[in-house]
Design a protein around this ligand. Structure first.
Ligand code: PXP
Length: 238
């Protein structure tokens, strides 16, 4: 069965816009699970622009299965080990980016990433690497001993939304997913997905988990969180 992870960072973005405590990401995290998601993703950014340390601490005290996205550095590793989430996804991070714009540079930082993955593996935290769909990065992910890869689906999502030809990107993702599975790595997908993108990508059987944020939170303004999660689950779990 394919799984759905809901990224709730933008609940915190909305809260932070007024500096108060509403909407509350912890309340929404509980709702997301109640409405049928399998996990909740939060990205503790170095600039704390949405989710902050207190959110992480509070959410870690619940039974909600958390997928914590962090940059690859020792400060973030320390925070992850202290809060002990069920899953961690290592992502690249640039201060000025609007969102995570690309995958990790595994060839450049493989020693550091391997060290971080080892520490997380030791604590039995399932760890994924956010990568672009290239065979080279799948190969490096295996060398690094990552349990999973999350393939950056930003490019294909944009092509689909702009009604452009997405076939070669689709084939690339499929080839990478098959290669990863052949090496014993679980495959996830994330970034830029909406109903249509999710429907297209869910045709790739090797993708076991979809992590979707901005669209689900945005769409919930119109039709409610419960209905959006129901619709997305219907697409990926059919
Ligand atoms: N997966 C990862 C690793 C991400 O960094 C993000 C964006 O924070 C997402 C999934 C969700 O992307 P979106 O908000 O575009 O659905």
């Amino acid at each position: 069965m394919k799984r759905l992870g809901v990224n709730i960072d933008h609940v915190a973005t909305l809260r932070n816009a007024r500096g108060g405590s509403h909407p509350n990401p912890i309340v929404v995290a509980k709702e997301v699970i109640k409405f049928g998601a399998d996990s909740v993703t939060i990205h503790l950014r170095e600039d704390r622009r949405h989710i902050n340390d207190i959110d992480l601490k509070k959410i870690s005290r619940t039974k909600i299965p958390i997928n914590l996205e962090i940059a690859c550095n020792y400060e973030m590793l320390k925070i992850a080990l202290k809060n002990n989430p069920k899953f961690v996804c290592l992502v690249p991070e640039k201060r000025k980016e609007v969102t995570t714009e690309g995958g990790l540079n595994l060839s450049k930082y493989n020693k550091k990433i391997k060290y971080i993955v080892e520490k997380l593996n030791k604590k039995k935290i399932r760890t994924s690497l956010f990568i672009d769909p290239t065979l080279k990065d799948i190969f490096y992910s295996k060398k690094i001993n990552a349990n999973c890869v999350e393939i950056h689906t930003g490019k294909i999502s944009n092509l689909i939304k702009m009604k452009k030809n997405y076939l070669s990107e689709f084939k690339k993702i499929k080839k990478c997913a098959k290669y990863a599975v052949s090496l014993g790595i679980e495959v996830h997908a994330g970034h830029g997905m909406d109903y249509k993108t999710t429907k297209i990508l869910s045709k790739i059987n090797e993708i076991k988990e979809f992590n979707i944020g901005h669209f689900i939170i945005g769409e919930s303004i119109s039709i409610g969180l419960k209905n959006v999660i129901k619709k997305i689950n219907k697409i990926i779990k059919k």
